[in-house]
Write a protein that binds this ligand. Structure first.
Ligand SMILES: *Cc1c(COP(=O)(O)O)cnc(C)c1O
Length: 354
């Protein structure tokens, strides 16, 4: 830290992303990426169509892609906001609605970036504890006096709230923005996108990083009332109007055009998830019921940190979190069936050595 850094950032604890090792090739089950490549159409759009145009700035409103997303989800373009990954949107949402002492509410065990953004923007935030079984009690998020951030399905648990419970939360907080972060919704959750037509305090955030195999391209979008989307554009135009590059815009459009391909991948991943869960249960693991592209599991026979390290030695990366309530768990991204077969074999070896 230099002596020049503003005091309010001196104690900021930055977000710690999952490892992206460059040293050797792992079976990578630690950051919830898709194991499948982008569709052939998506690749073609980037390789051929767009590289020549890199000398030109991108459309700062990404109008072609915005329209495609609006059509896909049955809303108008004015209800759709694009950004450089959904993290970019969450940042703007905290900046717009929860900064400088304004309040925000999120679960104690959820996406780690919420508390980082809350601290970054000086939000007065409250972490609402999950229940013993790691579920969210929707009532605890009703009628609060600040912005609400809920990952649905939640990370790293994979548990989902029903649409009814989500609506109850939105309805009970008419004076505050409710952000529903649907990074994993395509793996079996219920989207709240349609509720944006009914509630002007709802912002639904989604990403191309997980179900659409584009984590490296950085593309997220949000759906909400025209007014909320306008707020976000104002902040975006005040920071970086060209926050999405040309290659990503082109890839995103082609991606929406090949939606069937991605739907098929999600089905495969959901089937592989259930296979992996059943196999782990055979070794005595307890596995939370996941609606995401990962599972959250623990074993009474091996410590979560130890399992993580031993798998890493064997070339398989999973995610281990050190916070008290979940330190015996591991979050395991669902890869291809072949990758999960190897994962299961390695777990078996470790359990036998134990
Ligand atoms: C992965 C993830 C994000 C971030 O996605 P990007 O679009 O890659 O920035 C946001 N929220 C949750 C809950 C996530 O798991």
């Amino acid at each position: 830290m230099s002596k020049f850094l503003d005091e309010r950032y001196s104690s900021l604890a930055a977000y710690v992303p999952g490892e992206q090792p460059q040293d050797k090739k792992y079976i990578k089950l630690n950051t919830n990426e898709s194991p499948y490549p982008p569709s052939p159409e998506t690749l073609a759009a980037v390789n051929v169509g767009e590289t020549e145009n890199l000398r030109l700035y991108p459309d700062p409103d990404g109008r072609i892609l915005t329209k495609k997303i609006a059509d896909l989800y049955g809303v108008e373009s004015e209800n759709v906001f694009l950004a450089n990954g959904s993290d970019d949107i969450l940042n703007f949402a905290f900046m717009a609605y929860c900064a400088n002492g304004r309040k925000s509410y999120f679960a104690d065990i959820t996406y780690g970036f919420y508390s980082v953004f809350a601290n970054l923007h000086g939000s007065d935030y409250t972490e609402i504890p999950l229940e013993k079984d790691f579920s969210i009690d929707a009532d605890k998020f009703c009628g609060v006096d600040g912005g609400v951030f809920i990952a649905n399905p939640n990370a790293p648990t994979g548990l989902a709230l029903s649409l009814e419970e989500v609506e109850k939360i939105i309805k009970s907080n008419p004076e505050n923005v409710v952000v529903i972060d649907e990074a994993y919704v395509d793996f079996g959750g219920e989207s709240a996108v349609n509720l944006t037509k009914k509630y002007d305090n709802l912002l639904v955030v989604q990403t191309f990083s997980k179900s659409r195999s584009m984590a490296g391209a950085r593309l997220g979008f949000a759906v909400g009332s025209k007014e909320i989307i306008g707020d976000l554009h104002k902040l975006r135009y005040s920071t970086n109007p060209y926050n999405i590059n040309r290659l990503t815009l082109a890839a995103g459009s082609a991606c929406i055009d090949s939606q069937n391909y991605y739907d098929e991948n999600c089905k495969k991943i959901m089937a592989t998830r259930e296979f992996t869960k059943t196999e782990l249960q055979k070794f005595g693991f307890s596995v939370l019921p996941s609606k995401a592209n990962f599972i959250f599991a623990q074993s009474p026979l091996i410590d979560g940190g130890e399992l993580y390290l031993k798998l890493k030695e064997k070339g398989v990366l999973i995610r281990h979190f050190t916070s008290e309530r979940i330190k015996n768990f591991n979050r395991i991204t669902i890869g291809t069936p072949e990758e999960m077969q190897i994962f299961i074999e390695k777990v078996k070896e470790i359990m036998e050595e134990n």
